[in-house]
Design a protein around this ligand. Structure first.
Ligand SMILES: Nc1ncnc2c1ncn2[C@@H]1O[C@H](COP(=O)(O)OP(=O)(O)OP(=O)(O)O)[C@@H](O)[C@H]1O
Ligand SMILES: [Mg+2]
Length: 367
């Protein structure tokens, strides 16, 4: 486990411990033994970011912890896809009122042939890097590609694709996507006002923003839409997965145990929502020394392959830790564009081929 991952794990445990001692406005602890997976810590890109799923508690109960973490230079996002707590006082002894069951209509995009979700349960494993580069690999094949950043916690498409400026209306009165390297892009980061305080994502807000990005954007006719999904398996992610009419999903993971455990959780969440998992990406699988060429398996060997075998899915690509990949992604010129002949670009290209075959098979099966 790397130093960063050790630190992230420790921070997550500290926060969980602290939350277990804190009480909500209803007098119940903010976290109990049953609340597995409510706190997610990742490095993005070089400072910790904490995502806390607050469930039905009021956000105000978390403010002391949020203030403390922010003082320590840690980004905090509170999230919940559930409605805020009932404010109406109930007569003593009466059973809690039943919540109406939510039903979901899928948001359809009839003009987009294939819809691919890039997912992972753990933050910071290279999901956006994969989404961006594989989208560009599809575009390099002459396909009409769209790229949608649905990562409500940390939209990174503006940075990775070098997007800036304000959104414009299309001639058809819809929102015009931003075009970069021939790809139609839209990010939740371009649609939201910048806020200093922790953002609380309630279900209707998430759905409203997502719906707007899918329905109100003038995507035109597209061969493929690549969707960068938010990390985690909480309510917000589940709602997103339930609403999207995707052809299939790919899970990005690094080979270390913590990430693989989360990848497994992600796999079962996708299964529950009926989304076909097309395969895994074994990201940062190997470190190749730029000086002597020696290969080192920093996160252990074969973990992703073993996990994929157990889950009965394919590993679509082994992507090594690459300095060029990181530098190009963080500077707004993704590797597939900046180094099209590199071995990394070729790996993305082969992955795009495998995905196209799998997506075609999925859509045929649906028809
Ligand atoms: N194979 C790789 N080699 C080197 N750096 C990588 C690799 N994959 C991703 N990175 C770098 O790791 C960091 C995190 O990657 P990325 O933003 O794609 O992850 P993510 O899963 O989308 O994270 P988040 O959960 O924060 O959205 C970025 O700085 C990216 O450039
Ligand atoms: Mg990301």
């Amino acid at each position: 486990m790397t130093q960063k991952n050790k630190k992230a794990q420790k921070l997550q445990q500290d926060i969980e411990r602290q939350l277990a001692t804190m009480k909500g406005t209803d007098g119940h602890p903010l976290l109990t033994d049953r609340d597995e997976g409510r706190v997610d810590v990742s490095w993005s890109p070089n400072r910790p970011r904490v995502i806390i799923d607050i469930g039905t508690h009021a956000p105000v109960a978390y403010q002391p912890l949020v203030a403390q973490l922010k003082k320590e230079g840690i980004d905090v996002v509170l999230t919940s896809a559930r409605p805020p707590p009932q404010q109406v006082p109930q007569p003593k002894g009466s059973p809690p009122p039943e919540r109406p069951k939510q039903t979901f209509d899928k948001i359809k995009l009839p003009n987009v042939r294939y819809r691919l979700a890039v997912t992972c349960a753990k933050g910071g494993v290279g999901k956006s890097t994969t989404a961006v580069n594989v989208a560009l690999a599809f575009a390099a094949r002459g396909l009409k590609v769209a790229l949608l950043d649905a990562d409500i916690y940390g939209p990174s498409l503006p940075l990775m694709m070098g997007l800036s400026g304000s959104l414009r209306k299309s001639p058809r009165g819809k929102i015009e996507p931003m075009y970069r390297y021939g790809v139609a892009c839209m990010s939740i980061g371009l649609m939201l006002p910048q806020r200093e305080d922790a953002l609380i994502w309630r279900g209707p807000m998430v759905m409203g923003a997502l719906q707007q990005m899918l329905r109100d954007v003038d995507w035109g006719e597209r061969d493929i839409l690549v969707i960068d999904m938010p990390p985690g398996t909480g309510d917000a992610q589940l709602t997103l997965a339930q609403r999207l009419d995707v052809s299939g999903a790919v899970i990005v993971s690094t080979p270390q145990d913590v990430a693989l455990l989360d990848a497994r959780k992600g796999f079962y969440m996708l299964k529950r929502t009926g989304i076909a998992v097309l395969g895994m990406v074994n990201n940062m699988s190997l470190f190749v020394c730029p000086h002597c060429g020696k290969e080192t398996e920093i996160f252990g060997s074969d973990g992703t392959h073993q996990q994929a075998k157990e889950l009965g899915i394919a590993v679509l690509a082994d992507m090594p830790l690459s300095l060029t990949l990181r530098q190009s992604g963080d500077s707004g010129t993704p590797l597939v564009v900046s180094h099209p002949d590199s071995s990394e670009a070729q790996t993305y290209s082969r992955m795009a081929d495998k995905l196209l075959t799998a997506l075609e098979a999925q859509e045929k099966q649906k028809a």
